[in-house]
Design a protein around this ligand. Sequence first.
Ligand SMILES: NC(=O)C1=CN([C@@H]2O[C@H](COP(=O)(O)OP(=O)(O)OC[C@H]3O[C@@H](n4cnc5c(N)ncnc54)[C@H](O)[C@@H]3O)[C@@H](O)[C@H]2O)[C@H](O)CC1
Ligand SMILES: [K+]
Length: 501
Amino acid sequence: MLPLLISEQIREGDAYTIANEPISSVNLMERASRAFVGWFVNRFPDKNEPITFYCGTGNNGGDGLAIARILCDHHYNKLNVVIARFSEKSSDDFKANYERLKQTCVTIKELEKGTQIPEDNSRVIIDALLGSGLNKPLAGDYARLVNFINDLDKTVVAVDVPTGFFSDGEVPQNAIAIKAGLVITFQQPKINFLLPESAPYVDCWEAVNIGISEKFVHSLNSPYQFVEEKDIRQILKPRHHFSNKGTYGHVLLIAGQEKTMGAALLSSSAAAHAGAGLTTACIPESGLTALNSYLPEVMAITRRENTMPQIEWDKFSTIAVGPGLGKDGEALALLKTIIKNYKKPLVIDADALNLLAENKELLTMLPAGSILTPHMKEFDRLFGTHSNWWQRLQTSIVKAKELNLCIILKNDYTITATPAGKAYFNSTGNPAMASGGMGDVLTGIVAALLAQKYKPADACIMAVYIHGKAGDELALPNRMNVVLPGKLITQLPVTMAKLKA
Ligand SMILES: NC(=O)C1=CN([C@@H]2O[C@H](COP(=O)(O)OP(=O)(O)OC[C@H]3O[C@@H](n4cnc5c(N)ncnc54)[C@H](O)[C@@H]3O)[C@@H](O)[C@H]2O)[C@H](O)CC1
Ligand SMILES: [K+]
């Protein structure tokens, strides 16, 4: 797991590394700048391309000056640096790099407060005005310069953070900030890059390692974690010789109505493909033919109107409820029956979440370790309206702890909040997966992993990762515009086998 830090902790990490590695502050800046260049030269190999650097006078600006010098050493020959002298203060490392840059043939212009911004004919712009030191929204000269750069409509590569964009905390609506095509960020993605408010400012990002002390970073015990493939490889267990279907648990999916049988089929198919030893679907009687023909592997318990289905609760390793279930009185009665009779963790999705939102007292009655899988709207129905994702992130952590549940808050970087007070950001998945039924598939995978005896938090983190990874394996190399849930399901065994290889 890559711990994600807030700006204050990032500063502490710098200071700790400087004091204990030890390394001088200006050499840490040099290392960061070289890491930036290492990535930059691959993406922008044309050394004759005019590049303009906009540099502030703090350490982000210092990075900009060092990057310009290093690119000059790499024979990039059309480099212009514009220094925004909007503050009387400049950092020591900025000053040192300013002196070094003067020894090169890079053109340097100074832009004073209130003066006209010079014309810019470059093709690529490096934004090194402000970084993680941002402490208030941009105004005055900074705002004017940032608007000017955005209006140029060129390719902008931001150093560490787009100027004006808050790395963590609430992002003000319509904030004035650089709209970067690429952000090459130091050590870790900034938390707000992973939330939808970053969309106008961060088209894509790349984190480069600058050697901040890992020991120190881990000692901070950050609640925010970024899940990487190696984490999943570590927890995913192989399927052993001499195991049998009983080894891998029995999932019961309670889902579907006559017109939403698709949700039941997708979630139970996903459970079977994600490795549940046995899968049973509890569906309306009218869906039986569909189930038997689409999924011969899945067994059925049928529901009849006005009659509670007979369920042998103890037979099932886990129960998932909600996809396509509807919200009528019968669905509510069924949900209450499940909660009354089943004491192992439940997976709750879709209509079952909306039923919980309308009957909040049920939330506190869920078995410990149960898993909720809301998208944004379902989340707000459950826990109240939120005006931004930072707030939603905080609520997910608070509620997961308070209710002793795991909450999978679905998004681009899906967040799993756990009772231990952590929020895990997923790193797989792509926009081709934005299609109806994808959530049902995720529910099936979570249930299958719970049935295979993974702990609830692990089951969530793994399911979300595997779901996104399967989507990536289909969409990215094949350039698929859309990946349909049924197709993704058949990829699951392949994805899981690769992760275990
Ligand atoms: N993360 C690392 O490990 C390393 C980071 N480096 C780079 O350093 C910057 C952070 O530098 P810092 O000097 O702390 O802050 P900035 O350059 O972002 O800002 C300078 C200065 O500007 C003032 N300020 C803040 N907000 C505003 C505002 N809205 N308007 C006007 N002025 C503002 C404030 O006083 C700031 O201190 C980080 O992003 C990296 O690029 C190191 O080079 C390597 C290690
Ligand atoms: K910047």
